[in-house]
Ligand binder design. Structure first.
Ligand code: SAM
Ligand code: MD0
Ligand code: SF4
Length: 350
């Protein structure tokens, strides 16, 4: 079947099978690629119009007990690390809210201090951000024991993010060293059961095959996560994967477009953490509808895959992102619009 035939099927809300997903992921020809992106944009616009959701990123602790092969913040990488105090996180969240951000993503390494006493410090931060700042919250704390999820819900957490990176078990074991595949998979299931919205994600360019990518995209959809992502792997200094040749971002863009065609009403991020602000438009043009990894300057905050790129020059600030959206004829969702979307998603999540 031709690419256009498959994208037409998707536009008519007909099911796309695994073979067809693989065909879409294999596009090479320039006109096929542009057909794919424009179909994905059409499908997104039909559901969300010109509206884009914007997420602030607060990587408040870069301490981590894990040793993921791909990650700059892995335990054995000797680095200056930081852990922000609750008051600082509150202040940052407040200024992100004032600038028009829809959600703060409270992200940490698997920091033993934050994990202590069943996450008491993290839960306290979440509770205060919800009550005192009044903004939607995503928690990205790594893998959490099943029994703790209820506490995240009670603290007011809206979203729980935990990315599988790949659904190829063998590849997973080479990436997330000393971590259990099923336990990480269960994060999504346990979080959903506790009433949380969930985000899953894959990395592109880790040595996975196109078939792996297809299977991962299909698996993420079947788990019922409301937000799913693909991010290009960025090699990190001091890690075992430092010298892997980086993949061109086109493979991430194709994955975004395929996810959009398969799941028209899911939230799909355009992360500024891969190419900085330069990568925003291409990701939105491929069908993304959320901007993530917006980081305010002058706060000594880091990104993950690009820990410095475009942060201190202000290009990852809310103001700059808003300006870019304006130029692209897009509209940042209001607080009311975002909250009513979450309300609907939570009702469907029951
Ligand atoms: N520590 C928590 C965890 O691992 O789930 C949350 C934060 S972790 C830094 C968030 C995500 O960043 C990872 O799941 C991975 O997908 C992404 N990431 C980390 N290092 C990356 C890299 N070098 N290139 C691209 N993405 C990366
Ligand atoms: C991002 N750097 O959105 C962030 C991070 C964690 N929930 C998100 C990977 O790109
Ligand atoms: Fe730690 Fe997360 Fe980095 Fe893995 S990806 S080393 S869990 S911060």
């Amino acid at each position: 079947m031709s690419i256009t035939e498959i994208t037409e099927k998707a536009k008519d809300s007909k099911e796309i099978n695994r073979e067809e997903v693989l065909e879409l992921l294999s596009v090479k020809d320039e006109s096929d690629v542009s057909d794919l992106f424009s179909a994905a944009s059409d499908v997104r616009d039909r559901v969300f119009g010109k509206k884009v959701f914007i997420y602030g990123f607060v990587y408040f602790s870069t301490h981590c007990r894990n040793n993921c092969a791909f990650c700059y913040y892995r335990r054995t990488n000797e680095l200056p690390r930081y852990r922000k105090k609750a008051d600082e996180v509150l202040m940052l969240s407040g200024s992100l809210r004032d600038a028009g951000i829809n959600l703060v993503d409270l992200t940490m390494g698997e920091d033993p201090v934050m994990r202590a006493n069943d996450y008491s410090e993290l839960l306290d931060i979440i509770r205060r951000v919800k009550n005192e700042i009044d903004i939607s919250v995503m928690a990205s704390p790594g893998a959490v024991p099943e029994a703790s999820f209820k506490k995240f819900t009670d603290a007011g957490t809206d979203w729980f993010a935990c990315y599988q990176e790949t659904y190829n078990r063998e590849l997973f074991s080479r990436l997330r060293l000393e971590q259990d595949f099923d336990e990480r998979l269960n994060q999504k299931i346990w979080a959903k059961k506790a009433g949380l919205l969930t985000e899953d994600g894959i990395m592109v360019g880790l040595g996975e095959t196109l078939a792996d990518r297809a299977d991962s995209i299909i698996k993420m959809g079947s788990l019922g996560c409301q937000q799913i992502r693909a991010m290009t792997f960025v090699p990190q200094k001091g890690t075992p994967m430092e010298r892997i040749r980086p993949t061109e971002p086109i493979d991430e863009l194709i994955s975004i477009a395929v996810m959009r065609l398969l799941y028209p009403d899911k939230l799909i991020p355009a992360s500024l953490d891969v190419e900085g602000i330069a990568g925003l438009k291409t990701r939105l043009d491929a069908g993304a509808n959320v901007i993530t990894s917006i980081v305010p300057p002058n706060e000594d905050l880091a990104g993950v895959a690009q820990h410095e790129l475009d942060i201190e020059n202000g290009r990852r600030s809310v103001a700059h992102v808003m300006h870019m959206l304006d130029e692209m004829g897009k509209k940042a969702a209001t607080k009311t619009e975002y909250e009513s979307l979450l309300k609907k998603l939570k009702e469907e999540n029951r």
